[in-house]
Design a protein around this ligand. Structure first.
Ligand code: NDP
Ligand code: MG
Ligand code: MG
Length: 341
């Protein structure tokens, strides 16, 4: 059975005598720093000299220092710079300034789980991972609402790692909604799998294949766009509210029979085998090795894949349609964020 924590299980005053360094002021960083600050926690934001985010953090009334200086002043370090730079920020700014008994905290366990960061034995290592993009973590907090999150302890030297992480989770608003206890391995591997196989990779590929099948058969791109991409949101909203059952209840009997009888033919055992292979590459570290090398090489494949995706016809058709119709305006998410971690 999974442990879930709420406000009553956490006490922000645990951090009363503590200074929390929030490294990074991007999607997660700005939300954590502001929510902590407004919950009464002493916060110092760590950003490079000349950093573009410095002005924003200062304008928001927060204290800003270099990452090294922030780590020096704090006993609780929240690492919220992008995953791809964490190892170098750790080496240059964090490690030299860590003290025994400090807490090193992440919002995603990638660098710890795959050994890119190896903290000393005398610090606590934990994770508080809101399951939501930063702008929602912030907006929910401001609206007295919560953001569900995950909590994990990788290393507990003080004996207080869990208690301190819970205090942090409460201060950013996560225990209002509920915080699920997990471990670094489960968080990282399931997160990578979800985004690759289903949420980001799987779903865009499914949409493109559907769109191309219709257009190649002579149907109009506009109709194909509506059928294969636009309506997806309405279907997912129903699934989000009440699972598959609510979706099946809401569509026509024809859609239900067609979907139930054809779905497993489209996404078949072969796709399942591909998913298992993808999971294996995550578990054995092959994916992460590839991603680290890709970054070291200046992201050549990533750049190419991104460009190809942008050049896909469905993007041009979609942009044109979203301009022509009124629905897109209210619904389009704020641009700053990538929601899936
Ligand atoms: P962002 O890409 O939004 O972080 C950008 C911030 O990091 C900026 O303030 C930037 O400052 C700073 N930064 C970038 N490079 C450096 C560097 N070399 N040294 C110092 N500061 C640097 O990150 P996210 O918020 O997306 O992700 C942070 C962590 O949270 C990650 O571990 C991620 O996996 C996790 N997470 C993210 C979620 C999300 O929705 N985005 C959801 C849940 C977890 P500058 O202006 O100087 O570039
Ligand atoms: Mg239909
Ligand atoms: Mg992810």
């Amino acid at each position: 059975t999974t442990e879930i924590y709420y406000d009553d299980d956490a006490d922000v005053s645990t951090l009363d005598d503590e200074t929390v360094a929030v490294l990074g002021y991007g999607s997660q960083g700005h939300a954590h720093a502001l929510n902590l600050h407004e919950s009464g926690v002493d916060v110092i934001v760590g950003l490079r000299e000349g950093s573009a985010s410095r002005d924003a953090a200062e304008a928001d009334g927060l204290t800003v220092a270099t990452p090294a200086e922030a780590v020096k002043q704090a006993g609780y370090i929240s690492v919220l710079v992008p995953d791809t730079v964490q190892a170098s920020v750790y080496e240059n700014a964090i490690e030299p300034n860590l003290e025994a008994g400090d807490t090193l905290q992440f919002a995603h366990g990638l660098n710890i789980h795959y050994g890119q960061i190896e903290p000393p034995e005398d610090v606590d290592v934990s994770m508080v991972a809101p399951k939501s993009p930063g702008h929602l973590v912030r907006r929910n907090y401001e609206n007295d609402e919560g953001t569900p999150g995950l909590l994990a302890v990788y290393q507990d030297t003080t004996g207080d790692a869990e208690k301190r992480a819970l205090a942090y989770a409460k201060a950013i608003g996560c225990t209002r909604a509920g915080v699920i206890e997990t471990n670094f391995q489960e968080e990282v591997e399931s997160d990578l799998f979800g985004e690759q196989a289903v949420l980001c990779g799987g779903v865009t590929s499914l949409v493109k294949h559907g769109y191309e099948t219709l257009v190649d058969a002579g149907y109009s791109p506009e109709i194909a766009y509506f059928e294969c991409l636009n309506e997806l949101k309405l279907i997912v909203d129903l699934m989000y509210e009440g699972g598959h059952a609510e979706m099946w209840d809401s569509v026509s009997d024809t859609a239900e029979y067609g979907g139930l009888s054809r779905g497993d033919r489209i996404v078949d055992e072969h796709v399942r085998e591909n998913m298992e292979e993808t999971l294996e590459e995550i578990q054995n570290g092959e994916f992460t090795r590839e991603w680290i090398l890709e970054n070291q090489a200046g992201r050549p494949s990533y750049t190419q894949l991104r460009q190809a995706e942008k050049n896909h016809e469905i993007e041009e058709v979609g942009a044109r349609l979203r301009d022509l119709f009124a629905w897109a305006e209210e619904d389009s998410p704020e641009e700053e964020d990538d929601s899936v971690r």
